[in-house]
Design a binder for this molecule. Structure first.
Ligand code: AMP
Length: 192
């Protein structure tokens, strides 16, 4: 699940993972859990996350690699917020190749900047995430454009399907757009 900060990646990924019957693996949630548990990784990640930057690739790659070794990941996962840089995408290709797997689909949620800003500032009042500030968002959008948007080009050159989804509108309608796109591409889904 790919998209800018505030595009609804997390919300949609948790719904779509249920339909795919695979675990929802959210890099940001895993990092927030490391911070909450005050682990070595959490202590290193917190100031970077609060400033809207990216946690170093090697740390995130190791965290995701370990997650993919968990028994529930055997039949695949829905990754959310990973890979976020081209080196992470290359590392993921290597990790998956070692397991005779690959990235089948990239679901790309498309939302324009004004809508992203409005959503994040609204989320700041409800979820209390420490990076949901005007400055944090501005920095995350810069990082998204610079480091994360090129990840889509990485997949454009391979055999991965890219599903471009309009991410503006009612949450249920957006989920349905994703489901229809996956069905159209022959992906097997569980009933709702
Ligand atoms: P998210 O919940 O996906 O918005 O992620 C929150 C924050 O966690 C990001 O702004 C980054 O600081 C950090 N983060 C999440 N995923 C990654 C990743 N794949 N690589 C580096 N940093 C990440």
């Amino acid at each position: 699940m790919f998209g800018p900060p505030g595009s609804g990646k997390g919300t949609q990924a948790s719904r779509v993972a249920v339909r795919l019957g695979v675990p929802h693996v959210a890099a940001g949630d895993m990092l927030r859990s490391e911070v909450a548990r005050d682990t070595a990784l959490g202590r290193e990640a917190k100031p970077i996350m609060d400033a809207g930057g990216l946690v170093p690739d090697d740390l995130v790659v190791r965290m995701i690699d370990a997650r993919l070794n968990e028994p529930d990941a055997t039949n695949g996962v829905l990754l959310d917020g990973f890979p976020r840089t081209v080196p992470q995408a290359v590392a993921l290709d290597t990790m998956l190749a070692a397991r005779h797997e690959k990235v089948d689909d990239v679901i790309s949620l498309e939302v324009h900047d004004d809508e992203l800003k409005a959503r994040i500032l609204k989320r700041a009042t409800t979820e209390g995430r420490s990076d949901d500030t005007a400055e944090g968002l501005a920095q995350r959008l810069i990082v998204y454009r610079q480091d994360t948007a090129p990840v889509l080009d990485h997949y454009r050159n391979g055999s991965t399907r890219i599903e471009a989804i309009n991410g503006v509108g009612d949450i249920d309608v957006i989920t349905e757009r994703i489901i229809e796109s996956l069905k159209h591409n022959g992906v097997a889904l569980r009933s709702a």
